[in-house]
Design a protein around this ligand. Structure first.
Ligand SMILES: Nc1ncnc2c1ncn2[C@@H]1O[C@H](COP(=O)(O)OP(=O)(O)O[C@H]2O[C@H](CO)[C@@H](O)[C@H](O)[C@H]2O)[C@@H](O)[C@H]1O
Length: 605
């Protein structure tokens, strides 16, 4: 065994040798990795610490000390495991080193569904026996700082060569729920607002901030001795959306030419194709990539999308870079996996995605069934379950009271939660509202984003004081109370890669009414009152086409059923509540894709 691990030659032969990954702040060309013996002693120390903290069952101690694999029985203390003599066995056949790269991970950072997924899917993989690291920025915006209280500075600094200079980043780390949460620290992540922007709009340096993230994520498995030893080169990168999409390009352009990461694989997970990280072509030189890799990111806008006659439409598209270099591509539902290969859903990338159809799969997201559990949710005023729904009625009354609407148990309450964005079809809600509020209903909206829609929500409250409430902002506890207290959840999304709110709604016995698109069509079964010998079948209503009229038709069916067919309504609620949306289910499907990824040679050698 070599005394140092992962030594990368400092190839001065390359005209861009400044791009070699191993630079240290001190100017050395290679990182001095700890010797193997030191790694083992670090590992032993860390194991001792974990044993002390009773994070590892006693039966596992020998295994940890003696083998390369770590299996954490996350919720079982050493004493418990000894007492019962039982121990969770890893569910996976092949244990992998999985590295999530993401711009958000709840509860540390979240602006939407990406944060939810990257906060809970890693835990599901860890529980199945994989070693899992999540690499994400350490956002300090004044409000979120406390989220990182338990993350300690690992004392590792690396210099990233991009944007015309060396950028020093640090790594913070928290080990929680069997997962190594790694936070990349850099001054550009320390500012007010959310991860992408503030009240003045998107940050102008997002390309820089997420370039740093991708470079740092490529280094993390090599340089961070987590739990005493590094993840090493044979790992699987799960890169989420455009913010992490430089990772597969970097593997091919910056590491493999030096023999590093030859056994790694990368999978691009697309949560939202509408955001691609497109910037002027001139920014390519900032990304820390060799010139000859330009074509991987090259993007030419069609003529109609150019600003003027002399505009050649030349740009770089970071997401495209991952589409053409990742070993496999995934989306968050089967329906969306197909939609993105069509001209309507492909956002200009349909041809490229179609050309990689053989490695493109969709797996429906799961949800965090502990955080979203009406039987033990601390955020709602009264818990309930499929066996006793009485608490739901109390949640409805409490919501009406909290939000200042008349307390009326029999009046159907319709809710909407989400980003106020073109994607979510909020324009349709605005258009339909005068007609909808002619009915005897109440409507509650929670969201932030598009300023005009926020303004409209405020004015709608004034126009319909007895029927409409709009809460402008991002408020997770309130989103739980709305999900529990409403009867119907409306999601008229133009496109929806998966959608999580309809899953939360069903789990809380709130009946979804959704546009039949992407993951919404895959997860909500349209109600059929005649099926099942007249007992009915389905979990909600799906409407199509996306028009005000068809949305109102679906909502009227729902309201009529709610008012006039109480038993049928309860059947709808209970069928929704009994769906299996656990991450474990999704994670086992992911493992099949992982197997395929390692069966094939790396797509970019
Ligand atoms: N104002 C607010 N206050 C509190 N909570 C709020 C909120 N606005 C939104 N949320 C929360 O943010 C999450 C939104 O998740 P979605 O999956 O519905 O949409 P999003 O478009 O962000 O995600 C993208 O990624 C996910 C994950 O893959 C896909 O499901 C989805 O289709 C895709 O568009 C939910 O947890 C929701 O409750």
């Amino acid at each position: 065994m070599a005394s140092t691990l992962h030594r990368v030659p400092c190839s001065h032969a390359s005209p861009r040798s400044d791009l070699t990954p191993r630079r240290l702040s001190g100017g050395n060309c290679t990182v001095r990795y700890p010797r193997r013996s030191r790694l083992l002693s670090l590992r032993t120390r860390c194991v001792a610490e974990r044993i002390k903290k009773a994070e590892v069952s006693s039966e596992k101690i020998l295994e940890i000390q003696g083998t390369k694999e770590i299996s954490i029985t996350s919720n079982v203390s050493a004493e418990e495991a000894e007492d019962t003599g039982k121990e969770e066995q890893p569910k996976t056949g092949v244990r992998l080193n999985i590295v999530f790269v993401t711009s958000e991970a709840a509860p540390y950072s979240k602006t939407g569904g990406l944060g939810d997924v990257c906060g809970s899917l890693p835990i599901a993989f860890a529980a199945r026996g994989h070693r899992v690291m999540v690499v994400s920025p350490r956002y300090l915006n004044g409000v979120s700082n406390k989220n990182y209280d338990n993350a300690v500075d690992l004392g590792r600094r690396i210099n990233i060569n991009c944007f015309g200079g060396l950028q020093e980043v640090a790594f913070f780390h928290e080990y929680r729920a069997g997962v190594d949460w790694v936070f990349v620290d850099h001054p550009s992540y320390h500012r007010g607002g959310n991860p992408y922007g503030d009240t003045r709009g998107a940050f102008g340096d997002n390309q820089f901030r997420f370039t740093l993230l991708s470079h740092a994520a490529c280094e993390a498995p090599l340089v961070l001795p987590l739990g005493g030893y590094t993840y090493g080169e044979k790992c699987l990168f799960l890169v989420n959306d455009w913010h992490a999409s430089l990772v597969p390009v970097l593997l091919g352009a910056k590491y493999r030419p030096y023999g590093v990461y030859k056994d790694a694989r990368s999978i691009l997970v697309i949560h939202n194709l509408a955001h691609q990280g497109v910037e002027p072509a001139a920014t390519y030189q900032n990304l820390g990539l060799p010139n000859e890799w330009y074509s991987a990111l090259e993007w030419i806008f069609p003529t109609w999308a150019r600003a003027h006659a002399l505009d050649k439409g030349e740009a770089v598209n970071i997401l495209k870079g991952a589409i053409v270099t990742a070993d496999r591509i995934m989306t968050v539902s089967k329906g969306y996996a197909w939609e993105i290969t069509t001209i309507e859903g492909g956002y200009g990338l349909d041809h490229l995605l179609g050309s990689r159809k053989s490695v493109l799969n969709g797996i429906t997201n799961g949800i965090d069934v502990d955080e979203w559990d009406p039987a033990k949710d601390k955020q709602i005023p009264s818990c309930y379950s499929i066996d006793d729904l009485s608490g739901k009625a109390l949640c409805k009354q409490a919501l009406q009271k909290e939000i200042g609407l008349p307390i009326r148990p029999d009046c159907p309450v319709i809710g909407f939660i989400g980003r106020l964005d073109y994607q979510k079809g909020t324009d349709l809600i605005r258009m339909a509202m005068p007609e909808l509020l002619n009915e005897d209903i109440q409507f509650i909206m929670l969201g932030s984003g598009d300023l005009a829609t926020e303004e409209w929500m405020r004015s709608a409250e004034a126009t319909y004081p007895e029927k409409f409430r709009g809460w402008v902002g991002f408020n997770v506890p309130l989103s739980h109370r709305i999900t529990a207290g409403c009867d119907i959840l409306l999601m008229p999304s133009r496109f929806e890669p998966c959608g999580l709110n309809q899953l939360y709604a069903m789990r809380y016995g709130t009946v979804p009414v959704v546009h039949a698109t992407g993951g919404l069509r895959d997860t909500v079964e349209n109600f059929n009152p005649f099926a099942n010998e007249g007992r009915g079948q389905g979990t909600g209503w799906t409407f199509s086409p996306l028009s005000k009229e068809s949305m109102l038709v679906a909502l009227r069916y729902a309201m009529k059923t709610y008012r006039e067919h109480k038993d049928t309504w309860e059947g709808l609620m209970k069928r929704g509540m009994s769906q299996d949306f656990t991450w474990d289910n999704a994670a086992s499907q992911y493992e099949q894709i992982f197997k395929w990824a390692f069966l094939d040679p790396p797509y970019i050698q």
